[in-house]
Design a protein around this ligand. Structure first.
Ligand code: IDP
Ligand code: MG
Length: 149
C-alpha cells in the first residue's frame, strides 16, 4: 500500500483546523499510520524545503513553517500520494478549487494550511525526515473491506 506525508502547517493548527483536516482523509477512507504534533526545528525546515533554497520565498517560508506547532502525519491507502494532493488543491489557494482543503480554508500562498508530498519518492524522503520506523504502525481497519473491493 502506498504511503504519503501530510502536515497541517502552523496556520492550520492556530486556526483549530487540524481535526477537520485529519477528518477529511479519514472520512475518505485513508488510514492514519503515523501522527504527531511538533515544533519544527529550523534545521528540519531547511532540509524539508531544500529544493526551494534559491527561491525568493525561502526565508519567509522557513519563518512561517517554524512559527508554531505543526501536525505531521503519514497516510496509507491506494493512490494516496496523488489523491491527497488533489484533496489539498493548488499551492496558491486563489487557484484552488472550491471543496479542496486550500480552496476551503486558505486565501494566500504563504498561508496555505497544509503540505503533502508531491510524488512517491518525496513521500518516502519526507516520511523518513519526520518519523522513525517505530513511530509508524501497520494495522488493519475493521472497515477496510467496505473501502477496498
Ligand atoms: P506545494 O506545497 O503545493 O508542494 P511548493 O511549490 O513545493 O508547493 O512550495 C512549497 C511551499 O512554499 C508552498 O506550500 C507555500 O507555503 C510556499 N510557497 C510556494 N510558492 C510561494 C510564493 O510564491 N510565495 C510565498 N510562499 C510560497
Ligand atoms: Mg512541494
Amino acid at each position: 500500500m502506498e504511503r504519503t506525508f501530510v502536515m497541517v502547517k502552523p496556520d492550520g493548527v492556530q486556526r483549530n483546523l487540524a481535526g477537520k483536516i485529519i477528518s477529511k482523509f479519514e472520512e475518505r477512507g485513508y488510514k492514519i499510520v503515523g501522527l504527531k504534533m511538533m515544533q519544527m526545528p529550523q534545521e528540519l525546515a531547511e532540509q524539508h524545503y531544500g529544493e526551494h533554497k534559491e527561491k525568493p520565498f525561502f526565508q519567509p517560508l522557513i519563518q512561517y513553517i517554524t512559527s508554531g506547532p505543526i501536525v505531521a502525519m503519514v497516510l496509507e491507502g491506494k493512490g494516496v500520494v496523488r489523491a491527497a494532493r488533489k484533496m489539498m488543491g493548488a499551492t496558491n489557494p486563489q487557484e484552488a478549487d472550491p471543496g479542496t482543503i486550500r480552496g476551503t480554508y486558505a486565501v494566500e500562498i504563504g498561508r496555505n494550511v497544509i503540505h503533502g508530498s508531491d510524488s512517491v519518492d518525496s513521500a518516502k524522503r519526507e516520511i523518513e525526515l519526520y518519523f522513525k520506523p517505530e513511530e509508524l504502525v501497520s494495522y488493519q481497519l475493521a472497515g477496510d473491506n467496505w473501502i477496498y473491493e
